[in-house]
Design a protein around this ligand. Structure first.
Ligand code: FES
Length: 103
């Protein structure tokens, strides 16, 4: 999906799998893949920012826990969908089966 070097430099990398917008995110030692559209009103989370293990939406400022997908308190939306990743020495791969289950 992308190289570990690129992700370390950018921290948020956009990708597309089976027509779905996906983000690959690195926050410290944590690497996760998740949907690109915010579960609240579909803002582009690639324009958000990372802090304290959370991805902050650029539109209304809800935030999502990178480990669980849970949304910050008080927001009427489901958790952020996260997808399995596999790492090798140089690259990061996304588990396409976990995405296909959502199509
Ligand atoms: S669109 Fe993301 S918090 Fe509203």
């Amino acid at each position: 999906m992308c190289s570990r070097e690129r992700l370390a430099a950018q921290r948020i990398v956009c990708a597309s799998v089976a027509g779905r917008g996906i983000l690959v995110i690195q926050d410290g030692d944590t690497i996760v893949a998740c949907e690109r559209a915010c579960p609240h009103e579909q803002a582009d989370l690639s324009r958000g920012h990372l802090s304290d293990g959370r991805l902050h939406c650029p539109h209304h400022r809800a935030s999502f826990d990178l480990d669980t997908g849970d949304v910050s308190p008080g927001w009427p939306c489901r958790p952020l969908r996260r997808f399995g990743v596999r790492l090798d020495a140089t690259d990061i791969w996304i588990d396409t089966h976990s995405i296909a289950e959502l199509l």
